[in-house]
Design a protein around this ligand. Structure first.
Ligand code: BGC
Length: 768
């Protein structure tokens, strides 16, 4: 039983930026034997505790529960190569084992239990939050249950401000699991403060095509990045006392036709690319809740899809939480209830009929089970207690330094520099910079759909304001031209011109609020960027002619495929960088902070290189390969590789190696590489470890990301980076037989991004 002091302490903890659990341990060793801060993914457990009580869960940054580097220097192969048991995070026990939930449901009538299976009957989206709650069931002693969206912060529907973090795509570019967990904790602290109970995040759907209107809400194209980042976010949220609802299960990858489309694919494609990230998140964070998506999968609505909601999620993954629907995604009563849908949101459209018109087809046991699962979540997180219910709201969190500092830190880490011809960046003292474009003096922080966040206006820094502050500190000047003719007239003679190209919610966003999928991937097409009377491609062409020292900042959600971008000497993705984005941009362009972000998706040369999008169709046939997997298969070099990103320093990789040339199917793959900062500035490199399958007997991608880590190096410094993952993660999904590891020779490809030329020499190893 928690006390008010417990919740006060949580808020205080977030204010101090201190985790309520142990963070992961180091993964690198320095030349002088010092450990470097960092984090490792790799599927072998978890990077620290989740759990509703803040101190629960397992620790061990290697995720192997061993609390540090595996010693590979003794001459003997580490025994983990032969035998290794991944640690699973466990927060939710089966509802039947939760005595409080079972007892409470036992005391309720059938009608009361059914009322736990839907939201607010006939809810209205007007000024109250009716459509984001289960109303109180006073006669049964069950309080209101308030839900909020929030991949980029707590969705403040009505009146109060919350902290606006960079969107998930920007955070994915940081590949920083520790920071992602910190964001989860702060979001949970803000939820507790405003007295809301269930966080409807994270989104971990695959970015199958960059035109997806909600691309910004997810973590990119790779299932391992999606699963690891999603798990980190959930650990943060749940470790700080708020249950999280991971979404949208599954294959929700378009927006315009999201409520009708059937995503059709074979089982190998579904399991390896569209549910794998959810499986990783279950194992490494145990989310209390899953949200079923609007779309169909192979012809059956996700919300009535027994394969997804019961066979995979519960029978195979042994997950014990609550399944709720996306808002209006339930389209039937009996098939949905019997497939495993526990809670219809936001109203009672279909489940309101339970117990009256269709009692015989949905059993009382099913209703009891759904009600118990609902209360299992609430009791596990202490939300039924008087102390929790009666805690005071405290709205004074948006100015807490920890909240503001984290928003700035992740904005710095999330921007990706892709071109820096003639070292046009960083700008130096004395530089005269012209900021141009209608978006330069507005902070575009993302969509206005369900992920919308309203930060405190005084905490929001536009690109122009951030650049001006950084220029002042550096002894440089910044001026601004909002119109193209003015910009061209003023460009000549300036040290450089910085064009901020920002999309708005009408260009890419959730469909219900003017948004939807992108009409094209470029900057010159038929759909004008909202607020731009002249297409951005025309700005680029005319500005580059007026002053060749052009830097373009892409304030967008995902890949832009646009030939005129080649005219820019400097090119970066800032994504929607949150309330502190302008400050981060100024610091990065003036070089007081170094770039470290890397692309969480592949940028094509032409739209046709991506899979067919299918946003207008009744069904979309999903190919096996997407993203870098598809480019690898076709032998096509993309415009920018997955994982690419420049720094103001350079890194070299040497001595790529594997600790054990032979690994058991139940063992651990231990990869090592020596990374040197070969430049002149301190920098952080994101080291990526891919597996290759040169001897496979089945259909597989050429390579797949298995693990990644961040390593910070001073100029001239070398560190040995060790990254591990279980050999089980090398499995493919066989239509008959399920996950199968091939007992053959494999290879590790270690390097700075998905470019095959930068991942050599390959490191062979055998799985037996
Ligand atoms: C979105 C969900 C969101 C829900 C509630 C839906 O339109 O697809 O992501 O959680 O609304 O706001």
């Amino acid at each position: 039983m928690r006390t008010l002091a417990f919740y006060a302490a949580l808020l205080l903890l977030s204010g101090c930026g201190r985790p309520a659990y142990k963070p992961g341990t180091n993964t690198t060793t320095g030349a002088q034997g010092t450990g470097g801060a960092g984090n490792v993914t790799g599927g072998n457990g978890n990077n620290g505790g989740g759990g509703p009580q803040g101190g629960m869960g397992t620790t061990g940054g290697m995720g192997v529960g061993m609390g540090g580097m595996i010693n590979t220097t003794g001459g003997q192969p580490p025994e983990q190569c032969m035998s290794f048991t991944p640690t699973r995070v466990s927060t939710m026990k089966p509802a039947k084992e939760n005595a409080e939930a079972v007892a409470k449901v036992a005391s309720m009538t059938l009608e009361q239990r059914i009322r736990l299976m839907y939201g607010y009957p006939d809810c209205s989206y007007d000024t109250t939050d009716q459509c984001f709650q289960q109303p109180p069931l006073t006669e049964a002693g069950i309080p209101r249950w308030m839900m909020s969206d929030g991949p980029r912060g707590v969705r403040s529907q009505n009146t109060f401000p919350t902290t606006a973090f960079p969107v998930s795509m920007a955070r994915a570019a940081s590949f920083d699991l520790v920071a992602e967990e910190e964001i989860g904790k702060i979001i949970a602290a803000e939820m507790l403060a405003v007295k809301w109970d269930l966080m409807l995040s994270p989104t971990i759907n695959v970015l199958r095509h960059p035109a997806w209107g909600r691309a910004q809400e997810t973590y990119g194209e790779d299932p391992v990045v999606l699963g690891e980042m999603g798990a980190a976010f959930v650990r943060g949220i749940q470790g700080a006392g708020i249950p999280a609802c991971i979404k949208h299960f599954a294959a929700n990858n378009t927006e315009d036709n999201r409520t009708t489309v059937s995503a059709n694919m074979d089982m190998q494609t579904l399991r390896e690319n569209y549910t794998r990230q959810f499986e990783i998140a279950v194992m490494k964070s145990d989310p209390a809740c899953f949200m079923a998506s609007y779309n169909k999968v192979n012809g059956t609505y996700a919300a009535e899809n027994k394969l997804l909601l019961t066979d995979i999620l519960r029978t195979e993954w042994k997950w014990h939480g609550l399944v709720l629907s996306d808002w209006g995604a339930v389209k039937s009563t009996v098939p949905s209830a019997n497939a495993g849908m526990d809670l219809e949101m936001p109203n009672s459209m279909y489940f309101g009929a339970l117990g009256s018109s269709v009692p015989a087809q949905v059993t009382g046991e099913r209703v009891q089970e759904a009600a118990e699962r609902n209360l299992n979540v609430r009791y596990t997180f202490g939300q039924m207690s008087d102390a929790y219910q009666n805690r005071a709201a405290n709205m004074n969190f948006v100015d807490l330094p920890a909240h503001k500092d984290l928003a700035l830190k992740v904005a710095r880490q999330g921007m990706v520099l892709l071109r820096n011809t003639e070292n046009i960046l960083p700008f130096a003292a004395g530089a005269s910079i012209l900021m141009v474009g209608p978006a330069a003096n507005e902070a575009h922080i993302g969509d206005r759909g369900s992920s919308e966040v309203h930060p405190k206006p005084a905490n929001v820094v536009s690109p122009l304001a951030g650049m001006t502050a950084a220029a002042t500190a550096a002894g440089a000047t910044v001026t601004h031209a909002a119109e193209l003719t003015d910009a061209v007239a003023q460009a000549a003679g300036k040290t450089a011109v910085v064009l901020v190209v920002s999309m708005a919610h009408k260009d890419e966003g959730e469909g219900f609020n003017e948004g939807g999928d992108r009409d094209n991937l470029g900057l010159a097409g038929p759909h004008p960027i909202d607020g731009w009377t002249t297409k951005p491609a025309m700005w680029i062409t005319q500005l580059a002619a007026a002053n060749p020292n052009l830097v373009v900042v892409l304030n967008v959600g995902a890949a832009v495929v646009e030939p005129t971008l080649d005219m820019a000497k400097g090119l970066l993705y800032s994504f929607y960088p949150g309330q502190a984005g302008g400050t981060a941009l100024g610091e990065l362009l003036f070089g007081t902070v170094n770039f470290s972000g890397k692309l969480p998706f592949t940028v094509a040369n032409a739209d046709s290189e991506y899979p067919a999008f299918g946003n207008g169709a009744a069904s979309a046939d999903y190919e096996y390969l997407h993203g870098y997997r598809k480019f690898d298969d076709g032998g096509v070099a993309p415009k920018h590789y997955f994982g690419a990103g420049l720094s103001y320093t350079t890194f070299t990789y040497a001595n790529r190696r594997v600790a054990c040339p032979t690994v058991s199917q139940n063992g651990l793959v231990i990869a090592e590489v020596d990374v040197t900062n070969s430049g002149t500035k301190e920098g952080t490199e994101i080291v990526q470890v891919y597996a290759g399958y040169p001897n496979t007997a089945v259909r597989r991608p050429k390579k797949e990301l298995k693990a990644f880590t961040r390593v910070t190096l001073m100029p001239g410094e070398t560190k040995t980076v060790q990254v591990t993952f279980p050999a089980k993660d090398l499995a493919y999904y066989a239509e008959a037989g399920g996950w199968t590891v091939e007992p053959v020779g494999h290879e590790l490809l270690i390097g700075p991004n998905a470019d095959p030329a930068q991942l050599t020499p390959a490191v062979p190893f055998t799985v037996n």
